[in-house]
Design a protein around this ligand. Sequence first.
Ligand SMILES: *Cc1c(COP(=O)(O)O)cnc(C)c1O
Length: 397
Amino acid sequence: MPKPITDLIHHPYQPPAKFAAPQPGVFKASTVFFADVAAMRARDWKTKAGYTYGLHGTPTTFTLEARLAALEGATDCLLVPSGLAAISLVAFALLKTGGEVLIPDNAYGPNKALATGELANFGITHRLYDAMDPSDLAAKLSERTQLVWLEAAGSVTMEFPDLPALAALCRARGVVSALDNTWGAGLAFAPFDLDGSGEGVDISVHALTKYPSGGGDVLMGSVTTRDARLHQALKLTHMRMGWGVGVGDVETLLRALPSIALRYEAHDRSARHLARWLSERDEIAQVLHPALQGSPGHAHWRALCGDTDLAAGLFSVVFDERYGAEEVDRFCDSLALFKLGYSWGGPISLVVPYDIGLMRDASVARWPHRGTLVRFSVGLEAVEDLQADLSQALAAL
Ligand SMILES: *Cc1c(COP(=O)(O)O)cnc(C)c1O
């Protein structure tokens, strides 16, 4: 007779197979069992036809991957531990010693830091291009270019590039284009069909940390593509690097995803209201919000996102230059509902002051403003309360 502890561990009870409920089951595993040695030897971890090992996926991670691919009109998706890991997965999968990656001047900062750090160590060069000038990208594409990053809107400075033109340039030169689509969240526009004829970028990456999670409590990233060969290359690197995700976090994402469109629209509506209101304040020299007329790239936003009329809950303002950096810091400190914090996409509104001079390579796109920039991420609070908070902090200037 086995001891009770052995019975407990090898208990024969199996719950009945069919169970239907709003949320899919949560399967956590490092080890996955095989029926026999032949099944173990036959299983191919590179397909989703079966399971081999926790790192290669469980029914729960496969389900999230399938839903994220569907959201963007893609066929394949890989989950990684953060948005930045999604960026580095693309880089490690596609770049080789002697090659070059082109990055928009206004890209998410850590993408550039990866290039100046690890990629430079591996003998891979990078160049920044002016995201608002397709001819600058055209001039910088070379024999050595192995990957071009795209991003819309630009990180912090919010310029909206001519994405269809940039993607078309990459296609014409046979260079893989990868879009950081965190801002669009798969809702504002279709990254794999930018021009209405089914042409788009080759790869889309997301910080699921932002709107897909929506809670400010989970870090995760995704890499989607419609190209089976690209997916295979990404999957091999994913497996060799070991970038697995926690299934508890996947469960949180699956719980949050059904409400993403409602949340995104609510963030967008409040952000546009506040951006318009701030654009009329005389303390503010410029509001940078792609859906606002006069914002850099507004026409590109209208051309790409006019149908959905969506624009995320993110915008920046440049203060009039009569206010120094210290006064703008005081404005940020005076806010009560807007918390000081990086990242975005959660229920709580956030604010960050930035020194753009430190972020930009002045040799590429020129930054025309002298005043200090402040970036807002608008949460889900009542917009009247957020406006009152901004109003009292402006009064403290
Ligand atoms: C936040 C963010 C990332 C990185 O996401 P993490 O999950 O925080 O690593 C990448 N790109 C953009 C545009 C982001 O806003």
